[in-house]
Structures are given as structure tokens and as C-alpha cells.
Design a protein around this ligand. Structure first.
Ligand code: FE
Ligand code: FE
Ligand code: ZN
Length: 163
């Protein structure tokens, strides 16, 4: 996509995120299914529902900006999902796989946090305050998902320490 100004960069960011979130809607059920830990599985199922809402939010943002959200493939998310699916292919469910899944899921969240953070900044600079607020809502959700994954990983470590 040819970028001429910040408006174009924001439009590109929104298209990239739309592709990323759509790919995640496909991948999260497989990741959740492979999780042995109940809390991890539930967190992934919950984030799937949240991700569906994020897709809808991006469609709304696209309408406001007058830009088509489809037509771009996010290669970054494609790579992150490919790595996670590699883990699933090569491993039966286990505690070790759970730990690796948490790490893979946190990579996804951090990728999204970087992209939404940029998009919010661009929207603010352009004076699209409604769009900035909508994207900030998603950014907050990604941060919460990341924090929950850290909590799950740490509670597992604590359980270990108690055993
Ligand atoms: Fe997301
Ligand atoms: Fe991307
Ligand atoms: Zn997310």
C-alpha cells in the first residue's frame, strides 16, 4: 500500500490489525483446545470472544475513516500463529506445552499492543478522537489479556513452589 500521509499510515495500521484479529479468531480455538490447564484454556476462550468484538470494532473504525478494512494480510500475525501451530503439531498436551502456549500467546498480545499503541497515537494526532477511544479500548483489553497470561504463568510457578 502506497502511503502519502499519516491518514494513510493509520488506514494501513487498521487494515493490518483487522487481518491480525481475523487470523487470531481462527487460531485461538485450536490453542485453547490444546491447553491442559483449565485456567489457561478459559482465558483463551474468553480472549476469543473479546477478539470477535475487536474485529467488529475495527470494522466500525474503517467505516468512520472511510477505508476498506479487508485486502491486506498481516504477515507478522501469520508468523506468530505458524509458530504456535508448530508447537501444537509437535506436542501432546502437557504442562510444558502449556508454558510454551502462554509464551506464544504473550507474543501475540505484545505484537497487538505495539500496533494498537501506534494506531491510537496516529488517530489522536489526526484529531480522530472517537477512533482513538475505540482503539484504546482494544489496547486496554490486550493489556489485560497479557497480564492475565502472566498471572497464570506465575501462579503455576507458585504452585510448583508449594508442592
Ligand atoms: Fe486482539
Ligand atoms: Fe502485521
Ligand atoms: Zn489479543
Amino acid at each position: 500500500m502506497r502511503l502519502n500521509d499519516l491518514q494513510d499510515v493509520l488506514a494501513h495500521e487498521v487494515k493490518d490489525l483487522y487481518s491480525a484479529e481475523k487470523q487470531l479468531v481462527e487460531a485461538l480455538p485450536k490453542m485453547a483446545k490444546a491447553a491442559s490447564d483449565e485456567r489457561l484454556r478459559k482465558a483463551m476462550e474468553k480472549h476469543l470472544e473479546v477478539t470477535r468484538q475487536q474485529v467488529a470494532r475495527l470494522e466500525e473504525v474503517g467505516k468512520t475513516l472511510g477505508t476498506e478494512v479487508t485486502g491486506h494480510a498481516c504477515e507478522g500475525m501469520k508468523g506468530l500463529i505458524k509458530e504456535a501451530e508448530g508447537l501444537l503439531k509437535e506436542n501432546e498436551p502437557s504442562e510444558a506445552l502449556d508454558v510454551a502456549l502462554i509464551s506464544a500467546a504473550q507474543r501475540v498480545e505484545h505484537y497487538e499492543i505495539a500496533a494498537y499503541g501506534s494506531a491510537v497515537a496516529f488517530a489522536k494526532e489526526l484529531g480522530h478522537h472517537d477512533v482513538a477511544r475505540t482503539l484504546q479500548q482494544t489496547l486496554d483489553e490486550e493489556g489485560q489479556a497479557d497480564k492475565e497470561l502472566t498471572d497464570i504463568a506465575e501462579s503455576r510457578v507458585n504452585q510448583r513452589a508449594e508442592a
